[in-house]
Each structure stands twice: as C-alpha cells, then as structure tokens.
Design a binder for this molecule. Structure first.
Ligand code: NAG
Ligand code: NAG
Ligand code: NAG
Ligand code: NAG
Ligand code: NAG
Ligand code: NAG
Ligand code: NAG
Ligand code: NAG
Ligand code: NAG
Ligand code: NAG
Length: 399
C-alpha cells in the first residue's frame, strides 16, 4: 500500500480534478494545474451516462464513488446514477435507475463503520423525497427504500413558483440522526429522522419559514468545530424567492422527537447593501476552516468585469458571491460582495484549502476558478475558466 502510494506520487503529476454537470447531457472532468502562478483548466474526461440533464453530484470520496442526478427537465422521470471515480478523472458507470423527476440534490447518510449507508434525494419538480440503500459489498449498487410524495392544496404566496411542493436540498444534521430538506414551494424545511438499521426516513415536525420566501438550500454550523455537547449548533437557510439568509439555533427535544429551531438572525444575501430586485440566491456553504459563510447570487447583475477574451474590450456582466464572517452566537458579519465570473452561479464549491472556488455558471456556460484568501475570506480574481456546452449547474472538487 505504502509502496503503491509512493510510486503513484513519484510517477504522476499532481492534478486536481473538478467534476462539472451540464443540463446539455455530460459530466465533464476538468483538470486544474498550476505552473509558476498560471493556472490551466483542461477537460480530461466526459460521459453522457447521467442523462437526462445531469444536475447534481454527490462524491463519496472514501469509497471512490460518484452519484449523479439526471434531473429530467420537462420529463416525467429522471435518473440516479453511480460511477467509480478514478484519480485520473475517469468515471466508470456502474448503475442507473429511473427515479421521480426533478432530482436536484442528494446526500449520503448512515454509518460507514457498519456499512449501512443511504443516499437521500430532494426532487424539485417531482415534489418528493426518495432514498436508496447503498450496497457495501458491491460499490456503486443501490436499491430503493422509499418514494415519498408531498402535496399542497393551495398555492403559496408566489403562485408561479409555489403551486406545489418543491424539495430543493437534502442535508445531514451534525448528529447524523436527521435529514433536513428545504421545500421552496411549501415554505418549509422538512425534517426526517433516520432509522439507522433500516435507513428509513420518518417525517418529523417541519420548520415553517416566512411565507413566500422559498427556502432553497441549508448548511449546518458547529461553532466549535466539534460534535456539540451542551453547546448550540446553527442551521443557515438561504431562500431563493426573497434572497434571505436566516440563522436558526438547533436543539433536540428529549426522546429523539425531531428537531427544534429558534430563529436568531436574518439578513439578505447582500448583507448591508441594497438587495437588487430579481435577485435569486442559490447556493450556501461554509469555508473549510469553519469561519466564513458564502452565498451565490443569480439573476441580477451587480458587476461589470473584463471580457474573458482579452482581445475584446467590451466588459461582461457578472453575478456575485457574498461572504459573511460566522460568529460563535450564530450571527453574521457581512464581509464582501464579489463578482463570480459571469451569469447565474447556481452552485459553487471551495477546494479543501479554501483558497480556490469553482463556480458553475448556468447562463455563462462555464466553470470559473476564483482565488480566495482563506485568512480574510475575501474572494479575488479569476485564475481559470473553461466553457462547457449547455447550462453548467454544478462544479465539485475531487478531494
Ligand atoms: C458530450 O461529450 C462527448 C464526448 O466528449 C461529446 O462528443 C459531446 O459533444 C458532448 N455533448 C454535449 C452536449 O456536451
Ligand atoms: C515565472 O513568473 C514570473 C512572474 O510572472 C516571471 O518573471 C518568470 O520569468 C517566470 N518563470 C518561468 C520559469 O516561467
Ligand atoms: C415541471 O413540471 C411541469 C409540469 O408538471 C412542466 O411544465 C415544467 O416544465 C417542469 N419543469 C421542469 C424544470 O422540469
Ligand atoms: C484511469 O485510471 C483507471 C484506473 O486506474 C484506468 O483503468 C484508466 O485506464 C485510466 N485512464 C487513463 C486515461 O489514464
Ligand atoms: C416516474 O414518475 C412517475 C410520475 O411522477 C412516478 O409516479 C414514478 O414513481 C416514477 N418512476 C420511478 C421509477 O420512480
Ligand atoms: C389536501 O387535500 C387532501 C384531499 O384532497 C386532503 O387529504 C389533505 O389532508 C389536504 N392537505 C392539507 C395540508 O390540507
Ligand atoms: C436589478 O436590480 C435593480 C435595482 O433593484 C433594478 O433596478 C433592476 O430592474 C433589476 N434588474 C432585473 C433584471 O431584475
Ligand atoms: C429574474 O428577475 C426577473 C426580473 O426581476 C424576474 O421576473 C424573474 O422571475 C427572476 N428569475 C428568477 C429565476 O428568479
Ligand atoms: C465582445 O464581447 C461582447 C460581450 O460578450 C460580445 O457581445 C461581442 O460580440 C464580443 N465582440 C467580439 C468581436 O467578439
Ligand atoms: C458594509 O460592510 C462592509 C464589509 O464589512 C464594510 O466595508 C462597509 O463599510 C459596510 N457598509 C455599510 C453601508 O455599512
């Protein structure tokens, strides 16, 4: 094992891969390399096996498996796919199953030690939660556990976007015992308890958020960076329809009866600046050092940036990323609104050092790599860009 590792290190050029999904049909592996301060972003592999409309990836790094959701835009069904993910960026397709339409986010839960692990998926247009048992003996194999569909009898305040439930994210809580699922259509954050033996999910009392706000994604924050005993964990929810970021103190009623939330802080995704109309906040995540919260802003351009083509002097419009400093009491201090390299940053991810950000630009049809100062949290200039056919909707580091 040690010899093989050393051999690989000596023989190989260290490359960092980024997996990219596009609605046009491919997962593309981009290889990022740096030489004397200049970055190069080059495609090394593509696969169309996550059709129709790849929209989201969940990387199981420890097992070298990549799960991909084919959203199935305007179709009755989508797909869940698994791939063996090799260090060189190659993806070998293992399995595809038809699932309800609109799969837009998934996450792994369960116990790695016992091998009892599941994948839970949020279905936007399918108004559903589905979950899957991951086969520990056959890497990449999975089988359906539950398909749970949600209903609403009356449209929410935003009739166009809230005529039915729209599950948008699936997030494991810090105790590993619950899944939370923001529902953009129903203005709820649904809560499910996990049965560790069967991996079945049971609906608990949901968190009701501001009507018409459209909760989209969520992230948990443990202020002391460790499993919290006698301290408070927080959940940050970003809404799409009103672009708010809300902090909730999380508690666990005795007897395992779900989760309780107390709202303690709220700001717009623009912090202390005026939120432009039409802004549609999208992704939310915490930096690897647990010190900053970053949110992506779409659909109203705050910046003009130099044309990516240096020969063209016409500036281009750019949406933005907002950075907030996390405080131990769950409040936020606004730090920066930064250009993100182009239009509609549906999703972004930071590398493990927190010094680079890969942004998926849905209408910019590109992945852009931005520098980030991990000490100050400030997002800086673009160091690399690669255009990908179609609407780019996510970009993930293979780390
Ligand atoms: C997907 O990748 C294949 C192989 O590189 C390429 O031929 C095809 O044009 C790509 N399709 C799209 C829609 O990007
Ligand atoms: C490295 O970059 C510096 C600054 O741009 C430049 O002066 C130097 O010539 C470069 N060295 C090599 C080996 O390319
Ligand atoms: C969602 O479903 C409706 C009909 O049920 C369809 O008109 C619409 O195009 C679908 N949207 C997406 C993104 O799939
Ligand atoms: C990538 O790695 C896999 C597993 O080691 C190997 O089978 C495959 O040939 C490699 N592909 C390339 C292009 O090097
Ligand atoms: C396909 O979509 C239909 C309609 O939403 C749904 O009832 C069915 O369960 C889906 N099929 C699978 C295999 O999930
Ligand atoms: C919605 O209507 C159905 C019957 O059409 C009913 O069974 C269900 O309880 C209603 N749900 C709510 C939340 O009112
Ligand atoms: C963007 O926001 C500005 C300021 O609120 C507003 O004037 C403009 O109409 C908005 N543009 C769009 C496309 O929503
Ligand atoms: C984008 O902004 C326009 C104009 O303000 C608005 O009509 C539209 O609904 C917005 N789109 C999204 C996805 O929020
Ligand atoms: C320069 O960039 C602008 C903005 O993207 C574009 O509209 C224009 O066509 C470009 N001009 C040339 C000559 O490529
Ligand atoms: C907003 O926050 C930034 C970053 O903390 C700060 O530099 C700026 O002065 C603040 N602006 C206002 C109007 O408070």
């Amino acid at each position: 094992m040690l010899a093989a590792t050393l051999l690989a290190f000596v023989g190989g050029v260290a490359a960092t891969n980024i997996f990219v999904t596009s609605y046009a049909g491919n997962i593309t592996t981009l290889s990022l390399t740096e030489k004397n301060g200049t970055y190069d972003l080059t495609p090394v592999y593509t696969t169309d096996k996550c059709s129709p409309n790849p929209a989201w990836l969940t990387l199981d790094t420890a097992h070298g498996i990549l799960y991909c959701l084919g959203e199935g835009v305007n179709l009755p069904n989508g797909t869940l796919n698994s791939f063996l993910a090799y260090d060189n960026g190659t993806l070998t397709h293992v399995e595809q199953q038809e699932i309800p339409t609109g799969g837009v986010a998934s996450t792994i839960y369960g116990n790695a030690a016992t091998g009892k692990r599941g994948l839970v998926t949020a279905h936007y247009n399918g108004s559903a939660m589905t979950n899957w048992a991951l086969d520990a003996q056959n890497p990449g194999s999975f089988s359906n556990i539950q398909n749970e569909f949600f209903y609403m009898n009356h449209s929410g305040p935003n009739a166009a976007r809230q005529a039915s439930p729209h599950e948008h994210d699936a997030v494991l809580d810090p105790t590993g015992s619950f899944i939370v699922m923001p529902d953009l259509g129903a203005d709820l954050v649904r809560v499910f308890s996990i049965n560790p033996n069967t991996l079945e999910l049971t609906a608990e009392s949901p968190l009701e958020v501001v009507p018409g706000s459209g909760p989209r994604h969520a992230v948990f924050y443990q202020p002391y960076g460790a499993q919290c005993k006698g301290c408070t964990s927080f959940m940050f929810v970003v809404t799409e329809l009103t672009s708010t970021v809300t902090s909730y103190a999380v508690s666990y009623p005795a007897g395992g009866a779900g989760m309780s939330f107390e709202k303690i802080y709220e700001t717009t995704a623009y912090g202390n600046m005026t939120l432009p109309s039409g802004n549609a906040a999208a992704e939310i995540s915490i930096s690897p050092d647990n010190r900053f919260l970053v949110v992506s802003n779409r659909n109203n351009t705050s910046f003009e940036i130099p044309n990516p083509n240096p020969a063209n002097t016409t500036k281009i419009a750019s949406d933005s990323l907002s950075t907030f400093k996390l405080n131990l009491d769950g409040t936020l201090d606004f730090v920066q609104l930064a250009p993100c390299g182009g239009s509609y940053p549906r999703q972004y991810s930071m590398n493990k050092y927190g010094d680079l950000v890969a942004v998926g630009l849905q209408y910019g049809n590109a992945v852009v790599i931005l520098q980030r100062d991990a000490a100050t949290g400030l997002i800086g200039s673009e160091v690399a860009r690669h255009y990908v056919e179609g609407q780019v909707n996510s970009a993930w580091w293979q780390e």
